[in-house]
Design a protein around this ligand. Structure first.
Ligand SMILES: [Zn+2]
Ligand SMILES: [Zn+2]
Ligand SMILES: [Zn+2]
Length: 300
């Protein structure tokens, strides 16, 4: 995100840092159909009544400030513009002030790296799956010990779900997001996703440990970054890769975690010579082999 964009976003947030303005956006959102074309409008007097502001001068002043960027005035009253809707969505997702963390909870899964017990936790808007017995896939500072995956979900999606169900759900979401990005699309913003293989030049990760060079337990990972909104994801290069799913069926498609776990047991070998840049992935039984080129396309 450019500095200019960040400045504009900051200005928009401080502009909205007023309870009355947010109440107007929420009231307009409540009057909209849940899907499909947005029709109609909320009359000025209805809007003021719903917001519950007695001071008409103050109400008019704030509504006027919102009009143009977040709200539009149409025949019969006011309605939201898309940026106004996006603000309400952010609030509803609990992105700004949501509750919630839960403590590590055991789930019925094994660590693909060491066979140890796996647990799931929620904090900082990430559903994090960790191994309790080894260093996990990512040994980076700031990630919980034993981190295997971290999936961003807002508090509103997490609230009220059983941790074991959330564990499955988060990996379904993760795989879907990855599929789109491997395809070159960021579903969150519609931007282009850059794709590349991140190969460790000198990988050395004894069982249960991360490598001193790349900081992870697997020698080759897919790195997917949106060029517009900056969302970035790192995972096993065959997980969520739509071009390799048929060739590499390893587990129940309804349980993406099983698939990811199985793929982490595959060998990954960087190819030499003319094929430099490509990586061969091979199932432990030697019966399936997939070669990916540097931007995650299937080379053979
Ligand atoms: Zn482990
Ligand atoms: Zn390494
Ligand atoms: Zn994006």
């Amino acid at each position: 995100m450019s500095e200019e964009t960040t400045e504009r976003a900051g200005a928009a947030f401080s502009f909205l840092g007023d309870g009355l303005r947010l109440a107007v956006l929420r009231a307009l959102a409540a009057g909209e159909p849940p899907a499909g074309p947005r029709e109609g409008a909320v009359a000025y007097s209805d809007l003021r009544r719903e917001v519950g502001e007695r001071d008409s001068g103050k109400f008019s002043y704030h509504l006027d400030k919102l009009t143009g960027r977040f709200v539009e005035k149409v025949d019969g009253g006011y309605r939201l513009r898309e940026p106004g809707r996006e603000v309400v969505r952010l609030l509803d997702r609990g992105v700004v002030d949501g509750p919630a963390e839960f403590e590590p909870t055991a789930v019925p899964a094994r660590c693909p790296l060491c066979g140890g017990d796996v647990h799931v936790r929620y904090g900082d808007h990430h559903v994090v799956t960790c191994c309790g017995d080894c260093e996990g896939l990512f040994g980076a500072d700031g990630t919980p010990d034993g981190t295997l995956t971290g999936v961003v979900l807002p508090p509103a999606t997490v609230e009220g779900r059983d941790p074991a169900a959330l564990f499955e759900h988060a990996h379904r979401v993760f795989r879907r997001r990855l599929r789109a990005m491997v395809d070159g699309l960021c579903l969150e913003c519609g931007g282009d996703a850059e794709r590349r293989l991140r190969r460790c030049p000198d990988h050395d990760a004894p069982t249960g440990r991360t490598c001193g060079t790349c900081g992870t337990a697997y020698p080759v990972l897919a790195e997917l970054v949106c060029t517009v909104c900056g969302r970035g994801r790192v995972t096993h290069p065959l997980f969520g890769n739509p071009d390799t799913e048929d060739a590499t069926v390893v587990a129940d498609p309804a349980r993406p975690w099983d698939r990811l776990a199985a793929l982490l047991s595959w060998d990954a070998t960087a190819l030499p010579g003319d094929a430099a840049g490509e990586v061969a992935f091979e199932r432990p039984d030697g019966r399936v082999r997939v070669v990916l080129d540097d931007d995650l396309g299937v080379a053979e």
